[in-house]
Write a protein that binds this ligand. Structure first.
Ligand code: TMP
Ligand code: ZN
Length: 424
């Protein structure tokens, strides 16, 4: 795996063992530990499988602002290399979601159709493509060069870069204010949010909106989505912690909306302090999070979660052992980033799961990080069908099960491991 992204810039904000809250400097108390884990998207060629970097995956909650976050920070240049394989357009559901987001932005962007929209973490342009087709001024900012190339081939303007205070100032001097800054499933990946907010402060128009979507901590805990915890997810946002974070950086959380995506996400809308009256939805979420023990007593919520996750590990490994001893075939479906946590936490290797199929060409022919299971194209699933398929891409379950109806019709069974191990 080659590194073409400037290490100097990529290192920004990367402290390896800083156990203070990255947002407010408060004290972090550890709430959950998944042990040593590899970089989740380090799908290496088989001969490079032992070169994949490992780190400690443990999360803590801030005793002051409640932000749940990883204790250690993996340097961004280890996670987002030039050959970073994740492609947001891999799923129909995701493509539809971002087309809807784009249409919503076109209709509601402050500044109207002449508005300028900046996306932080534009990946392969799945959202901006629709804005570009509508003729709207836009710019995607993303350090992953290969994903940016795909976006450009769809007519999307991309700056291959990390978004931070410095690049935001540069964008402002070239393009002027942004009326809307959008980000999906990226913001929680960035350790140096102080620099991001400084950049948003420079770039955003006085009445502009900063809108971002991310997985919700409440859903992660409620449904035992322990695999949502991996290197890239530095923060596990809740409405309470995002509200505190926005205030800390001189902004205000003015709206929050629950989305069904990725097992449960929230769309946060942030404005400059005092620019807009916050929607009652914000306080409703905060009250619910207090009642669920997420805003003050995270530790108790995580104790129950840890014990459930431990049971998932025991049940999943025991099921895979049974399948092997019965001489039946099982394959993994979807070499997701999340699968790295499941496979490495449960100690599952190619002896229990001989292959994982995935539609992403960039992952095929490589092995899963740490667990070293070969990643094969989708025809490895159909030819012939296995007896069982372990569904790592559970967030796309409906789409995948519909597409692979024949598998179940021929007697195949899906294995799901959240909220508990079960077969369908
Ligand atoms: P994600 O959950 O992080 O979006 O990753 C989903 C992974 O699953 C991605 O590597 C693509 C893969 N995938 C398939 O192999 N087949 C499918 O039908 C879908 C929807 C995803
Ligand atoms: Zn804090």
């Amino acid at each position: 795996m080659s590194t073409t992204i400037g290490e100097q810039r990529a290192r920004q904000g990367a402290t390896l063992t800083d156990h203070r809250c990255r947002i407010c400097g408060g004290e972090l108390h550890e709430v959950f530990d998944l042990g040593r884990q590899p970089v989740s998207n380090a799908f290496a060629k088989p001969e490079d499988a032992d070169k994949v970097p490992f780190f400690r995956l443990a999360v803590g909650a801030c005793t002051s602002c409640t932000m749940v976050q990883q204790l250690d920070t993996v340097p961004p240049y280890e996670m987002y290399r030039a050959d970073y394989p994740y492609r947001a357009s891999g799923s129909l559901l995701i493509r539809r979601h971002f087309e809807d987001v784009a249409r919503h932005i076109i209709e509601t962007c402050p500044g109207g159709r002449d508005g300028f929209v900046v996306e932080i973490g534009s990946n392969d342009g799945v959202m901006l493509k629709t804005l570009s087709e509508a003729g709207m001024r836009h710019l995607g900012v993303d350090p992953a060069a290969s994903a940016g190339e795909v976006a450009r081939s769809h007519g999307v303007n991309v700056r291959t870069d990390f978004f931070n205070a410095e690049t935001a100032a540069d964008i402002y001097s070239e393009h002027g204010h942004a009326n809307l800054i959008f980000s999906a499933n990226t913001f929680s990946h960035i350790s140096y949010l102080d620099s991001i907010f400084e950049g948003v402060g420079t770039l955003l128009a006085p009445d502009g909106l900063f809108v971002f979507e991310d997985r919700s901590l409440a859903d992660i805990l409620r449904h035992n989505y322990f695999d949502q915890i991996y290197d890239e997810h530095i923060y596990l946002f809740s409405v309470s912690s995002v509200q505190a974070m926005a205030a800390h950086f001189g902004f205000e959380l003015v709206d929050a909306e629950h989305l069904p995506l990725h097992g449960g996400s929230i769309r946060y809308t942030v404005a400059r302090r005092g620019a807009l009256e916050p929607s009652p939805a914000v306080e409703k979420f905060v009250a619910q999070e207090k009642a669920d023990g997420l805003a003050e007593k995270e530790e108790a919520a995580f104790v129950r979660f840890s014990s459930d996750v431990n049971r998932i590990k025991t049940d999943l490994v025991s099921l895979l052992h049974d399948i092997r001893s019965e001489g039946r075939r099982v394959v993994g479906y979807g070499a997701t980033s999340r699968s790295a946590t499941v496979l490495n936490y449960c100690g599952i290797g190619a002896d229990l799961l001989p292959l994982v199929c995935d539609s992403t060409p960039e992952k095929q022919g490589r092995v899963t990080p740490g667990s070293k299971i070969p990643v094969c194209p989708p025809d490895a699933f159909t030819d012939p069908y296995p007896d069982y398929a372990l569904l790592f891409a559970w967030n796309h379950a409906e789409e995948i099960m519909a597409k692979e109806r024949l598998f179940q019709e021929k007697g195949g069974r899906w294995i799901l491991y959240v909220p508990e191990v079960h077969t369908i």
